[in-house]
Design a protein around this ligand. Structure first.
Ligand SMILES: O=C(O)Cc1cc(O)ccc1O
Ligand SMILES: [Fe+2]
Length: 437
């Protein structure tokens, strides 16, 4: 964490738009015009294509970026296995999937000197990283910058949700700042290192092994609403010209591998393409809801979705519960009691969540797996059943959900954690019978 990092973050410029074909050069003339791979790239740079989709995928799903860099990524010694720390990957076989409702307090504070990568701790997930299907949920807690080391994830893209402290993400394509209230996305394979903007940082990560996240279709909602494409911000090219040993750590099929380059691989002077990192301010989400009666399903709060091969059935959705008005008449307004074929992991960025009076805290999380019965806790049910139904602003919190088509298996460390709340079931105790025939 440095004053310099904070100043840099304040002054960042971005390119805007989701899924765009962007282009950017940190040095004028670095980007070839009219072709990707001239016989000699401008300024003595090396041209390199980074593909996020098969070459042959339809244009709507095709993703690649051309990078113009000081050294080609290929110039590196062999990668060797290093310890995975608290990172785990799918398939999750060390424990069994649990139908119980689970809830955790925040991670304990990490030891001094823990950077973003060392501070990753896997809660659980599903699918199979090597099959490029499913997802993992990681938490991070860090109090040090990543110096002379960068990370890349071959297994999937990383959707990062800061809960405490800002992050300055130095990526191959440039810099992004992500603070609580923002979400950032690092595409599969893009190298990055994390500098902290505050003394410590904490948050959530959805590692998506499947199809890259995209904006949901809007159907009858129309041409506008939910997250606007133009609010997604990609970096402008920025490069490091550092001739110093730099450790490149790669997550590959569930394991961490390391190779030491003799230079910083964040040396991309210009780039163009669609496989790009981005940041999105969740407070810009245009929340839609019922203006007559009933509590709509939370799919209307979908920011991004990773489709599966079945239309409408997401590998994973990223859903945000942002400030909004509730006006439903003759309506039980908080989330209803339900059992869902999809599996729901929820986290809280700030404040409170309208289905839980207490116990669901910022930095904590809950897991309501496939078909598990959940909904308002006892206190919330009693309060909302008796509340006067005047227009009500929910503006004291920001929660989110990773919702996935496959059950989530908690890791052994999550299932046995000291910060797992034993007795979570009790929040639904005391719900009286009111039936009178
Ligand atoms: O369980 C939850 O709190 C998430 C959720 C919210 C909502 O408004 C409706 C359904 C649902 O699963
Ligand atoms: Fe739910």
């Amino acid at each position: 964490m440095s004053e310099q990092a904070r100043k840099t973050a304040e002054a960042l410029e971005y390119l805007t738009g989701f899924g765009n074909e962007h282009s950017s050069e940190a040095v004028p003339g670095a980007l070839p015009i009219g072709r990707n791979s001239p016989q000699r790239a401008p300024l003595g740079l090396y041209a390199e294509q980074l593909s996020g989709s098969a070459f042959t995928e339809p244009r709507t799903h095709n993703r690649r970026s051309w990078l113009y860099r000081i050294r080609p990524s290929a110039a590196h010694p062999p990668f060797t296995r290093i310890d995975n720390g608290a990172l785990r990957s799918a398939p999750f076989t060390e424990s069994v999937a649990d139908p119980n409702r689970l809830r955790w307090n925040p991670l304990p504070d990490p030891a001094p000197g823990t950077d973003f990568l060392a501070g990753l701790w896997t809660l659980g997930g599903n699918g199979d990283a090597a099959q490029r299907a499913g997802m993992a949920i990681h938490l991070y807690a860090a109090n040090a910058d990543m110096t002379d080391r960068v990370f890349s994830d071959s297994d999937g893209e990383l959707l990062i949700v800061p809960e405490r402290g800002g992050l300055l993400l130095h990526t191959e394509l440039g810099l992004l700042a992500a603070r609580p209230g923002d979400m950032a996305l690092i595409p599969r394979g893009v190298r990055f290192r994390v500098e902290l903007l505050d003394a410590d940082a904490r948050g959530y990560i959805c590692e998506n092994y499947g199809q890259p996240f995209e904006l949901p279709n809007l159907g009858p909602i129309g041409a506008n609403g939910l997250a606007a494409a133009r609010d997604f911000q990609a970096p402008v090219a920025a490069y490091e010209d550092i001739e110093r040993p730099t450790e490149v750590i790669n997550k590959f099929c569930g394991n961490l591998w390391s190779a030491t380059y003799d230079h910083s691989p964040l040396d991309v002077v210009a780039w163009h393409g669609s496989h790009v990192p981005y940041v999105y301010d969740m407070r810009r989400f245009n929340v839609l809801g019922s203006i007559s009666y009933d509590h709509p399903d939370p799919s209307i709060f979908t920011v991004l979705t990773s489709p599966s091969d079945t239309p409408g059935l997401a590998g994973v959705d990223f859903v945000v519960f942002a400030p909004r008005w509730l006006v439903g008449e003759d309506t039980f307004r908080p989330p209803y009691f339900h059992r869902n074929v999809m599996s729901e992991y929820m986290g809280l960025i700030e404040g409170a969540y309208d289905a839980k009076a207490e116990g669901f805290v910022p930095g904590g999380g809950s897991l309501h797996n496939m078909m598990s019965a959940h909904g308002p806790d006892h206190e919330t049910f009693e309060r909302a059943s008796a509340a006067e139904l005047k227009p009500q602003k929910i503006d004291d919190g920001l929660a989110f959900m990773f919702e996935t088509r496959w059950p989530i298996t908690a890791t052994a460390q999550a299932a046995g954690a000291d910060h797992l709340q034993r007795g979570y079931d009790d929040v639904w105790q005391g719900l009286q019978r009111h039936f009178r025939a």
